[in-house]
Design a protein around this ligand. Structure first.
Ligand code: FE2
Ligand code: FE2
Length: 360
């Protein structure tokens, strides 16, 4: 009985702090209203995740025969950070708003960590919390990197001016005139949208769009050529992900008000050619062919990881947070695909190939 009460307490605390987070992000979104930075989309997404977390936790509370909490938290040091946010947002200063959000994200992150450190958690609850914790950690890391970027951007801007408002955690700076205010907001929300950097970003986007489309054509051939079922499945699954990567890039072009366009990516074309020669230089049905295909696949993944990693940083510098978020999703999938290929190689493919006789 005592354990059931404890379980319900853990669940209800987390429901409340998720509700705090929803309110915090909604408030943050309203404070930035009118700034076309795409940040509101990120806030909405994270608020949506917390709404889903609260729903899942409520269902579990009812399953344990208890009553699920429905409001936000009213006490507890742990919940203070989000509570503070609700009262300390002060306007449209991007770095200040993100700084408050980051403190809230710290609070929910430690709430999940503390909950998971409780003894005797029901296995079902522990599993749910671990899954939710992953999303919370990713949300925290994203907000933190955006906050750091916004602060760097503000600090650089202030260095280039009269040296006022150096305190990164301070609120919106006192600016001398409307023109300076506009320049400051521009720097904060869309840093250099007409710059050479923006041109480069769009060129790289076209490059990636070509590369992803090329992989949509190539991955089925790689799956067909592979010997082991495990590798065939890995390529087929990554084909489905790659189709999503293509559509995410289309969405990004759309956000920028552009039609999707390609520039031939010589690097990916070379990697694909290399894959083709591996297929023609290895014998069908051998583990050696799989070794070669895994090499080709990982070269493609590493090219994508390098490109997407750089593009995430550029998107943040340029103030396109919604785009950064989309690129992070793809980047994570590329890393997972790469890790899976290493696993397949090390599980058996490399070993099996080492036991195949050479031709001479
Ligand atoms: Fe991809
Ligand atoms: Fe990929």
């Amino acid at each position: 009985m005592e354990n059931a009460e404890k379980t319900l307490e853990v669940i209800n605390d987390l429901i409340e702090i998720n509700n705090d987070r929803v309110e915090g992000f909604e408030k943050a979104g309203r404070d930035l209203e009118g700034q076309d930075s795409g940040l509101t989309a990120v806030f909405n997404k994270l608020a949506g995740e917390s709404r889903q977390n609260a729903r899942e936790l409520s269902a579990l509370a009812q399953q344990y025969g208890g009553e699920a909490a429905s409001g936000t938290s009213t006490s507890g040091a742990l919940h203070r950070a989000w509570m503070d946010i609700k009262s300390t947002f002060t306007g449209s200063d991007l770095a200040a708003v993100l700084n408050e959000c980051e403190r809230g994200e710290d609070a929910i992150k430690s709430a999940y960590k503390d909950a998971l450190e409780e003894n005797d958690l029901e296995p079902e609850l522990a599993e749910m919390l671990q899954k939710q914790q992953q999303g919370i950690t990713e949300g925290h890391d994203l907000i933190k990197s955006m906050r750091d970027q916004a602060e760097r951007s503000r600090d650089r801007f202030s260095e280039g001016n009269t040296g006022q408002y150096q305190d990164a955690a301070s609120n919106s700076p006192e600016l001398e005139d409307a023109e300076q205010e506009e320049a400051y907001q521009h720097e904060q929300t869309s840093g250099g949208a007409n710059s050479k950097l923006m041109e480069f970003f769009i060129d790289e986007l076209k490059d990636l769009f070509w590369a992803e489309n090329e992989l949509v054509d190539t991955l089925p051939d790689m799956a067909e050529a592979a010997t082991s079922q495990e590798l065939k499945t890995a390529f087929t699954n990554h084909l489905a992900e790659t189709e999503v990567h293509v559509s995410r890039l289309e969405k990004i072009f759309g956000i920028l008000g552009l039609e999707p366009d390609t520039t031939k990516c010589d690097a990916m074309a070379g990697i694909v050619d290399e894959g083709d020669s591996i297929i023609s230089n290895t014998e069908e049905g051998t583990a050696q062919r799989d070794v070669g295909l895994i090499f080709a696949g990982q070269k493609a993944e590493h090219y994508e990881i390098a490109s997407y990693g750089g593009m995430v940083s550029l998107a943040k510098t340029l103030g396109y947070y919604e785009i950064a978020e989309l690129l992070v999703l793809t980047l994570d999938e590329e890393k997972t695909a790469d890790g899976l290929l290493t696993e397949i190689a090390e599980n058996h493919v490399n070993y099996d190939a080492g036991h195949e006789p050479s031709d001479d």
